[in-house]
Design a protein around this ligand. Sequence first.
Ligand SMILES: [Zn+2]
Length: 468
Amino acid sequence: MRLFAPSLAFVDLETTGTHASGDRITEVGVVRVDADPGGGSPRVDEWSSLVDPQVPIPPYVQALTGITDAMVRAAPTFPSVAGEVARRLDGCLFVAHNARFDFGFLKHAFARVGVAFSPRVLCTVRLSRRLDPDADGHGLDAVIARHGLDPGGRHRALGDARALWLFVQRLYATRPAADIEAAVKRLLRIPSLPPQLPPDALEGIPDAPGVYLFYGENPLPLYVGKSVHLRDRVAAHFCTDWQQESDARLSAEIRRIEVETTAGELGALLRESELVKTMLPAHNRALRRKQDAGVMTLDEDGRPAFVRAALVDPAGVPGAYGPYASRRAMRQRLQALAAEHRLCWTRLGLERRDGPCFARQLRRCEGACVGAEALDAHDARLREALGAEAIPAWPFRGPALVREASPDGGRVDVHVVRDWHWVGTARDDGELAALIEAPVRAEFDLDVCRLLLRLYAKSPRAFVTTVQ
Ligand SMILES: [Zn+2]
């Protein structure tokens, strides 16, 4: 018998409630199905266990599942069955009805015992919906009724897990295997590589941070991208489920893929920014977006003004406001602040007109535009309202170093940063010494600025001063 994965684990849980992080598991049922490589019948192994949730089960849940406090009192706790569950699910495609629920509970339960749990997950609600889009319902009762399944033991973990395995067998008995596999493939977002790429083109790509380059016929790349999960990100370009038009055009031109790993997210972002700037890949529209970005300053008259990336003076970024993805984004932010703080649209530069501003006409401006509020008072309120938008002063004399270690610790990148800009990334002491003396050369970069601000807010000690 043919199946859509070599090993499947049909899983159902009973729980004390619906919140994966707060509620607890009371029963686990697993039907593991391993395909026979010789094409014979698959090996099926059923297992279930009650689990002591160590909290009371609400009465209505006891009534629904038939699992009572008394039944679980003598049962093992999750930590004591975790090993058994992990062993049974090992190497399997995780299949469940409304899989997010069961997967979420198990992920949390495993996390509490320090075990990472990240199987590929197939949801049979979505599978049913994809194969029978016109059917009335896709809850387990509806699926069982529609397909005439008889699992026994409904609302208990093993009974429901068994129902899912029966459902899949019924699908194979009644439809072309290719249809089922196509549906599963779409749900699992298994990429369909363009035919001109070798079938193993994704295999050597590590699950690590870094940049990837798509090449066509020419020596310069078509596209440069970055990710903290290179393999998934590259694969996503070839998944028809969420493929964008731009990806479709890229797929047609691509001939080979190159990747470069970095220690972490910051390194990937910086390297992408550098490659895009020097190689100008035809498909990178990100470049254009970067040019639209900028910061806001208050001019000598106290009015907001937008400074776009190319005109930003690096030393002026600390103390400015933002950063913003575009002039439009800045205006939207000002409009929101105006609404919240009854500020004046004319004074904020959101419109030019004499007399009452747009907000004043809606009685949402204190009246700087009509002399009802002194400009000084208005501008003081504006600066107050902008408090959270202010880019903090650069906390160091001169540049600072940000060391970024890869998750396995095998690689450390040293980034030299200054005034929330990137100066460069050093690979050895000589480069580092030169970079520490170097001025900021890179144009203002929204993503870099945001990432550095976020990093500093979260862990200021990641920045090491270079001037004692
Ligand atoms: Zn006004």
